[in-house]
Design a protein around this ligand. Sequence first.
Ligand code: MN
Length: 432
Amino acid sequence: MRSFLDVPADSPFPIQNLPYGVFSRDDGSDPAIGVRIGDQVLDLAVLEERGLLDAALKGVRVFNQPTLNAFMARGRLVWQAVRARLQDLLSAEGDPALREDDELRDVALVSVAAVTMHLPAAIGDYTDFYSSRQHATNVGTMFRGPEKALMPNWLHLPVGYHGRASSVLISGTDIVRPKGQQKPEDAPPLFGPSKLLDIELELGFFVGPGNDIGTPITMAEAPDHIFGFVLVNDWSARDIQKWEYVPLGPFLGKNFATSISPWVVPYDALAPFRIEGEPQTPEAGNPEPLPYLRQDEPRSLDLTLDVLLDSAAMREANTEPARVARSNACYLYWSPEQQLVHHTVNGCNARPGDLMASGTISGETPDSYGSFLELTWRGSKPITLPSGEERKFLQDGDRVVLTGHADSEDADGPYRVGFGEVEGVVRPARGG
Ligand code: MN
């Protein structure tokens, strides 16, 4: 399939993707919902207003608003109908209603250079999992030794914790270095700016209709409740985390900032990239999950994920960001479906717009680790940047960019589906 619009060959936003986002035009108009195609945004509020989405939406308006929550709540049949309708309107051979209407194209299409992106949803709750085996093994090895790297529960359930929704930030928001309590080895606790500021490379998803309290989402139902995916950078202050986390887990070392990419890639757009994943079978040396967590269809995703970094000095010298890690979503042991099913199995209610993230995704080799904690092995193996600067953890002025993409092809040739990026610059702690 090809669009009648110009889409650069290497664009991660071809007609096969069509991710949703909330944008406002630089003319000051109210935020609205759009889909990204190439370097343009198609304004769905305009299409909806003109009645072009009536059949797909069954007449219910969901796009002339500043969040995707109402659309997320409609469920998978409506998502699929809208997606099919948009592909029809944007394709080179489909319905000419947009393609052959100069005035409508003028109003409904806007360059990405002329918009500001906003959080895609009002996020009621944010949950972070811990689903990459290599990451859990690396962290366990550092803190408990290789013998006890994985805790006994890890291969039986997707470990997670409740994060903080209020500090989920749209890509491009500055990250102020957090202050907090730290505990030096042989000295009393002190208070000050974190010295071990880190990132976590994660894949997140937004919940669709969700479930009533007391009624779990089953594995068979899970795809009906996963609206789409974003990249997540779970900024982490390792020194604050280390001192505070016993016994209840992450708190102020995590909840100061979590950045997400602005374009929500639909669940169905990632279907071509489904792969089997690590077998959860005794034959493969893994325990079989309890029945409620068993997933028969391919549960993994072949998605390349990159971590890029540039320092203030590098930007000054116009040096390209350095790629410090390349990972892949296939390294997740627990799938998004398993995360959601486990989250609700006790009757906990998930709601439209809830955000759930995978946990740091680390591959098997040291250049595929998704955090500086692992990449520099607690700072013992610093990374050298193209500028000659060394990094153990993040310095003020550093900019971190996470990207993700997957390649496929159809009858018309190869295409790429991607997320764009989630980025943020570290700013000095307030008040020194
Ligand atoms: Mn995390």
